[in-house]
Design a protein around this ligand. Structure first.
Ligand code: BTN
Length: 253
């Protein structure tokens, strides 16, 4: 199928309802997260790419996409916060995308710990958050997100089943509309986080979790019922009658 380039004018116009003052839309780049690091002196910038030659996933993995088909973007932020808030910032983007996907594509989306987005048991989006510190505070945070909008990689390239909004609905989607809807929601969350108010966000990420209440196994061998995801991002599993804290790795259902 023929994919359409992004409408830059539409994106720039839509940004006025968000915290983003500037958008950089690139035809091709190694990785939008890497690009964001190179311009990390700037504040509140959106970086979007049509194609990445070295898209990065979590834990050294690759992120695959197809030119003009999907959303590949990074948010470069300079919040006056300590590093404990980085998980909240990632969740603000994860939840924003969950609500936007549900509104625009009319499919149920859930967050698989730590911050993958799943639709019908398949991964549709992923988030890679990177940050740098200045003393106790965050110097910058880069939240990179890839969303399979109109194309998904084949299962054999990946460790998990993947899907796209197109695969799930049979429709193709205007990427700009989805992106702007996400960024508006994210902006509201961001302002709340800056004021230190993350209670509602915390409740919401537990409510929209794919794994809470289910039997899960962690990479360290812990197996039990997923109870909650704490404010710092750790996952609490009830295993052998005791609460066990998981801070790293992937979870199997
Ligand atoms: C994961 O699920 O492993 C995280 C995937 C993150 C992919 C996005 S695409 C835009 C940004 N640039 C990157 O190189 N990675 C993130």
């Amino acid at each position: 199928m023929e994919y359409k380039p992004l409408n830059k004018k539409l994106i720039l116009e839509g940004l006025k309802d968000t915290i983003f003052k500037d958008a950089i839309i690139l035809e091709e780049i190694d990785s939008t997260n890497e690009f964001a690091k190179r311009i990390s002196k700037k504040d509140n910038v959106l970086i979007v790419a049509e194609h990445q030659t070295a898209g990065k996933g979590r834990r050294g993995r690759r992120w695959f996409s197809k030119k003009y088909a999907n959303l590949l973007f990074s948010l470069l932020l300079k919040p006056d916060l300590t590093k404990e808030y980085t998980f909240s910032l990632s969740m603000a983007l994860a939840l924003s995308s969950v609500f936007s996907i549900e509104k625009i594509a009319e499919v149920k989306a859930l967050i698989k710990w730590p911050n993958d987005i799943y639709v019908n048991q398949k991964k549709i989006a992923g988030i890679l958050t990177e940050f740098s510190l200045k003393g106790e505070k965050l110097d910058y945070v880069i939240i990179g997100m890839g969303i399979n909008v109109n194309w998904a990689p084949k299962a054999e390239e990946l460790l998990y089943p993947a899907t796209s909004l197109k695969d799930e609905t049979g429709r193709t989607f205007e990427r700009e509309i989805l992106l702007l809807d996400i960024l508006k929601r994210f902006s509201d969350y961001y302002k709340k986080i800056l004021s230190g108010d993350i209670d509602e966000l915390y409740r919401s990420w537990n409510e929209h979790s794919l794994i809470i209440g289910k039997t899960v196994s962690a990479e360290d061998g812990t197996k039990g019922k997923a109870l909650r995801i704490e404010k710092d991002g750790s996952l609490i599993i009830l295993a052998d009658g005791k609460e066990k804290r998981i801070t790293y790795g992937d979870i199997n259902l």
